[in-house]
Design a protein around this ligand. Sequence first.
Ligand code: C5P
Length: 321
Amino acid sequence: MFSFSRSPYMTALFSFGVFLLFIFLQNTVIYTSLQTVFSTGGLCACKKCVMDLNDDDWFFMRFNPTVPALLNRRNSAMRSDVFTWWKGLQSDPKKANFSDVVDVLFSLFPDEEHHVVTDPNRCRTCAVVGNSGNILGSHYGQLIDSHNFVIRINKGPTKGYETDVGSKTTHRIMYPESAVDLDNSTHLVLLPFKIKDMLWLISVFTTKHVTSTYTRVRPSINAVREKVMIIHPAFIKYVYESWLRKHGSYPSTGFITLIFALHICDQVSVFGFGAKRDGNWHHYFDNSLAHFSRGLHRGDYESRTIHELLLMDKIALHKGV
Ligand code: C5P
């Protein structure tokens, strides 16, 4: 009579068969779940998602989702090289201790993991609105306002420019020297270039005694304390190294904002970036020349990277007029 114990070859064959069946079933499960994720548009519910895989690894060589975009108590400890780099961005005569400042910050402002959760059922669309004059006459206002998040930068106003830039602002990225009043539905997102910027933020919501940094700054602005967020210093260094490959001294506010949007949004549309068709770099709201193509910020390299993001289908770029 046939017996497995008496037929080692049959035993080996049987075991191999079981092994093959196991591998097949395992791969079927992995394949089916990947298909489910990607057939619904990847890691979000939009038709196209920032996190969608590309044939090219250009994007994922730069994009690092593990770098914290926003500061809180838990993620505030930094490698010493990161801290030293950040401290060297702008001169800061104030010798405040960083962890003491962090303690005060998060006793005042929400100490949360803002915007970090991704959700395959979510389609969060974001408009990043830069301050270039190329947005004047564009009639982008309605399109901009149709996004879930509308992220504006520095002093870029909406009043009087609604047809071209829209009227909704969910987030405004600013630093003390560029601060403006916000309405009660807007998140103040501080982009800190020095510890004094954090002290200014604390002062705005408490004593209002900080009136200058390297120039005069507003001691008080209208903003809601519960909506304050702070860009993580390590995020600025990451943008400079990973995205700008250390071109220029450090990234422009607009470029940091754009990369910030890639980290917190599922779809990103970009407005008001770059020179006007005639080559000039004026703001849309004043005649001051915002020259980014050389100097502190390498606007030319930033523009090339933005163009690459467009080619990779990671952003929609609205070039204006
Ligand atoms: O001048 P400001 O820094 O306030 O402008 C905000 C951002 O808008 C800049 O950091 C830059 O990225 C973008 N911008 C631009 N072209 C301009 C003006 C501003 O790309 N002509």
